[in-house]
Write a protein of this length. Structure first.
Length: 131
């Protein structure tokens, strides 16, 4: 069993299936539910507590996150990723959870086609100590 398990919220924030699991992988598709027009220029969209991180170990772990890819570096587009508790954050053992939220802010003229990104989570056992 993996140290951390990721799942999608089953609340209203995921009513359109922006977060889904396929073949054991978690995917985020922020274009779902936005109809044919997609994200609108000059707008912001929030997906609060969309992803749930569960600690499968008996020990507390510190969870950190890093973003990579053009989704996070495209000029005129801001994708803020926050974790609660704030990353790096302590997640209690025996099923403790954290949540990950996303805020997407679209500038006036941004080409959003083909953008992708990766969110990497790292867990350190026993809090800030060893791996």
């Amino acid at each position: 069993q993996a140290l951390l398990a990721l799942s999608c919220s089953d609340g209203p924030v995921n009513a359109d299936g922006a977060c889904y699991i396929q073949d054991g992988q978690i995917y985020l598709d922020f274009s779902r539910g936005i109809d044919d027009s997609g994200f609108q220029p000059g707008s912001a969209y929030e997906f609060a507590d969309l992803v749930i991180v569960r600690n499968n170990s008996t020990e507390d772990v510190t969870v950190s996150l890093v973003t990579e890819g053009d989704l996070f570096t495209t000029e005129g587009l801001t994708v803020e990723v926050t974790m609660s508790p704030a990353a790096p954050g302590l997640v209690a053992g025996n099923g403790g959870t954290a949540t990950i939220s996303f805020k997407v802010t679209v500038g006036a003229e941004v080409d959003l086609s083909g953008l992708s990104g990766t969110l990497r989570l790292t867990a350190t056992r026993g809090g800030a100590g060893g791996q």
